[in-house]
Design a protein around this ligand. Structure first.
Ligand SMILES: Cc1cc2nc3c(=O)[nH]c(=O)nc-3n(C[C@H](O)[C@H](O)[C@H](O)COP(=O)(O)OP(=O)(O)OC[C@H]3O[C@@H](n4cnc5c(N)ncnc54)[C@H](O)[C@@H]3O)c2cc1C
Length: 376
């Protein structure tokens, strides 16, 4: 049985371990943290991702711990509807889910001895028919192939493609969880509100949790306001649609996380011999289309299928990359393009954007539909 080394045990690495074990390969995941975990935030799993969960035998469980999404609604900052997209028109559901719940579903279905924790990858060395991986602790591992699923600042990517930093896209995000449900929340909806250089969205996850996210143009590594991040958000969104300040007020400050947003221009090749990349390590994207984790799930399923069909990892990785590059490149670019709509600050431009969105609602809807109709 072929042993595949996976660097990184996030959503991409854990999904790959599960997909590889389904096709009879032996994955071993090396993760730098002490425990497997995910940040306290939500995620939308569109039909392209629930298709992968179905094939991995996890869809029913994901439905149980998640929440069904039917509509993706865009509004002006005061709550005037611009576009309302039905997203439940496929044979598969769309699910709002806590990231930790999704992550657990994936790794709990792989034997725990396949996850080596506190293993910080440093470098690899291809040897005849084998690849050796070296870790900060002095640990050394050998396998038939190696997959870098080590995220935005991937060390595997740096070794393959050079140590180029990701591109900061002038946006900062805040994410929060609360049990408060605003009276204007429509069950099944993702509500999003667009203003001048900032935006806000919220959706229900499973187990009665409401997940919200905000984004605003900001300098890289901009610190929190001296008043703290909750007060800062309250000030930023005080005159927006009433549900927004209510959600911020109802959230414990300790539950609010901030993240700077980066991507990388898509480049090929990302595979070299028996080594390849997956998820954010291969194609980090802005979260505007909500596809980063969804495409990592697609990658995991496709790489396992290629390794099953072709016992030679070099050829399998070439096929995997040729199948994944065009799709992920298009989504990285669409995600960047969408972020530009949110970056507008001039009131005239914002007014035009809102009119444009209303007029173009069916085109926007078909764009989402075609993204979600992909089946890995
Ligand atoms: C604000 C925001 C909102 C988002 N919303 C959505 C959404 O709604 N839907 C969606 O699909 N996507 C969303 N995403 C994107 C999604 O979070 C990522 O695309 C996804 O988590 C990438 O998974 P990954 O496994 O490739 O990388 P990561 O989750 O970054 O995992 C990488 C893992 O590798 C480990 N690691 C790193 N370096 C090493 C090393 N040297 N040695 C060993 N281990 C290492 C890390 O500890 C980590 O566990 C969002 C992202 C952001 C920032």
């Amino acid at each position: 049985m072929k042993k595949i080394i996976i660097i990184g045990g996030g959503i991409g690495g854990a999904a790959t371990a599960l997909a590889l074990s389904h096709v009879g390969l032996e994955p071993v995941v090396y993760e730098r943290t002490k425990e497997l975990g995910e940040v306290g935030a939500g995620i939308a799993l569109w039909a392209n991702a629930t298709h992968v969960l179905k094939n991995l035998g996890l869809l029913e469980k994901a439905i149980q711990v998640g929440y069904p999404i039917t509509n993706y609604q865009f509004n002006s900052q005061r709550g005037k509807e611009l576009v309302n997209i039905r997203v439940d028109r496929f044979e598969l559901p769309v699910i709002g889910i806590h990231r930790a719940e999704l992550h657990q579903l994936l790794w709990r279905n792989v034997p725990s001895e396949k996850f080596i924790l506190e293993a910080t990858f440093e470098r690899f060395e291809p040897k005849t028919n084998q690849v050796h991986a070296y870790f900060a602790s002095g640990l050394e591992a050998e396998g038939d192939a190696l997959i870098g699923a080590d995220g935005l600042r991937s060390c595997v990517r740096a070794a393959l493609l050079g140590d180029v930093p990701p591109t900061y896209r002038n946006f900062k995000t805040w994410r929060g969880l609360t049990e408060f449900v605003p009276k204007d929340y429509r069950p099944g909806y993702i509500h999003e509100y667009l203003g001048r250089g900032k935006g806000f969205g919220f959706m229900m996850l499973g187990k009665g949790k409401m997940y919200w996210y905000a984004a605003a143009t900001a300098l890289e590594a901009q610190p929190d306001a001296p008043t703290g991040r909750k007060k800062e958000l309250e000030n930023m969104f005080q005159d927006w649609f009433s549900a927004i300040p209510e959600l911020i007020a109802a959230t414990d400050e300790a539950q609010i996380i901030t993240t700077d947003l980066y991507d990388r221009p898509p480049i090929q090749p990302w595979s070299q011999g028996t080594i390849t990349l997956l998820g954010d390590a291969a194609h980090p994207m802005l979260p505007t289309m909500g596809q980063g984790a969804c495409t990592a799930l697609e990658d995991a399923y496709v790489v396992a299928k290629c390794l099953k069909e072709n016992p030679d990892p070099v050829a399998a990785f070439q096929t995997y990359e040729s199948l994944r590059f065009p799709r992920t490149k298009a989504i990285v670019e669409q995600s960047l393009q969408s972020s530009k709509m949110g970056q507008l600050k001039n009131p005239v431009a914002v007014g035009l954007r809102n009119v444009f969105m209303k007029v173009m609602s069916s085109a926007i809807s078909s764009r989402f539909k075609s993204l979600h109709s992909y089946r890995a």
